[in-house]
Design a protein around this ligand. Structure first.
Ligand SMILES: [Ca+2]
Ligand SMILES: [Ca+2]
Ligand SMILES: [Ca+2]
Ligand SMILES: [Ca+2]
Length: 366
């Protein structure tokens, strides 16, 4: 660009246009599986850096969806379901060196297989339901080809009682279901007869016995060291339990470091640690690790209490306590020795005393 006789800017036109050729899919293929890598070749006689725009048509080139813009590589990996099924698919790649642009299409149509619907069940479903309580079943299905599936394509069932009915929302009276654990499944069927499903546990009039254990690696610690509590919750059944929680008040004189749950979450507020573990099926257990620091000497007593979403058949096993004594770092006693250890040590000290006495006598004589 020239202004009043001086060059104030310039763009050099690249003399050669790049070349580009689609290599996969290039016609005749059937694309399936969860992921597909689209490929092409390209070159530029000037050695310019090339970028690519990638487009896909499900209808033989009538309409186009853009997959990537200014892409720097000669391949692009995509989840197959994002393409959408087709019997007349075309891939188009446009290459540019910043000045010249060229494009190529796959040489012949290819097919993309139908993808299954994605199904979700509302997070609020998993839980305990008693007597005449209403069980609200909520879910939906999105299909890459069909979009949001109609209620008639959504079937609810349980592993205990079989089919419940159809729809995105369904209400079932708890007392009409068999007591116990139900694995509820929502199955969605698309227009190509492919199915997708999601599952969630519900517990009808459950009976269960949760159990808690609180342990530490050592019951005696020096001041200003980290103390780790391991909290284990077990469901002894016979039914599953939802919304299993634990709460513990930290002993006076410790400082909170961390609390981590294997499933669910833990949080500390105002010297109390709360954990929520979610659902525990019959016979399963889970743990949480709570770490504190021990700045002052004393006896630390920690108690944890657990509860689920329904009454427990044995409340006595829902509490656990552990005691730890913290002593000043410089008064931690020497680790205790076995009786034989003490006898051996005494014998060695005796032998040393004799040896020293003999050595002194020898040196005096010398
Ligand atoms: Ca060029
Ligand atoms: Ca081509
Ligand atoms: Ca589909
Ligand atoms: Ca219990």
């Amino acid at each position: 660009m020239v202004y009043q006789g001086s060059t104030i800017g310039s763009v050099s036109a690249s003399s050669n246009a790049p070349t580009v050729q689609v290599t996969f899919p290039n016609g005749g293929e059937t694309i399936g599986g969860t992921s597909t890598t689209l490929t092409w070749t390209a070159s530029d006689a000037d050695g310019d850096t090339l970028t690519y725009d990638v487009q896909y048509s499900r209808d033989g080139g009538f309409s186009w969806a853009t997959i990537a813009v200014d892409w720097p590589d000669k391949s692009y990996q995509i989840a197959t379901y994002l393409l959408g099924s087709s019997t007349d698919g075309v891939l188009r790649v446009m290459a540019t060196d910043g000045f010249n642009a060229v494009q190529d299409d796959s040489d012949a149509p290819f097919s993309v297989a139908n993808s299954r619907p994605e199904v979700v069940i509302s997070a609020g479903l998993g839980g305990v339901f008693v007597d005449t309580q209403l069980v609200f079943l909520d879910g939906m299905a999105l299909d890459p080809e069909d979009g949001r599936l109609a209620s008639t394509s959504l079937a609810w069932s349980s592993n205990r009682d079989g089919a419940f009915g159809f729809g995105e929302n369904l209400e079932v009276v708890a007392s009409t279901l068999t007591d116990g654990d139900h694995l509820v499944t929502l199955t969605a069927t698309d227009s190509g007869s492919l199915t997708g499903s999601a599952t969630e546990w519900i517990f009808i009039n459950p009976t269960s016995d949760l159990d808690v254990d609180l342990s530490v690696a050592s019951n005696q610690l020096a001041t200003s060291t980290e103390l780790t509590y391991t909290l284990t919750v077990t469901n002894n059944g016979p039914n599953g339990m939802s919304r299993v929680m634990a709460s513990s008040t930290l002993p006076v004189g410790v400082t909170f470091v961390s609390a981590v749950a294997d499933q669910g979450w833990c949080a500390e507020a105002g010297g109390a640690v709360s954990c929520e573990f979610g659902t525990l099926l019959n016979g399963s257990s889970t743990t949480a690790t709570i770490v504190v620091n021990t700045p002052t000497p004393g006896t630390l007593s920690s108690t944890v209490v657990i509860a689920g979403d329904a009454p427990d058949s044995d409340e006595s096993s829902n509490t656990a306590t552990v005691q730890v004594s913290v002593v000043s770092a410089n008064t931690v006693p020497i680790p205790s020795m076995s009786a034989w250890g003490l006898i051996t040590l005494t014998a060695l000290l005796g032998a040393l005393a004799v040896w020293l006495a003999n050595r002194r006598r020898t040196s005096l004589r010398a």
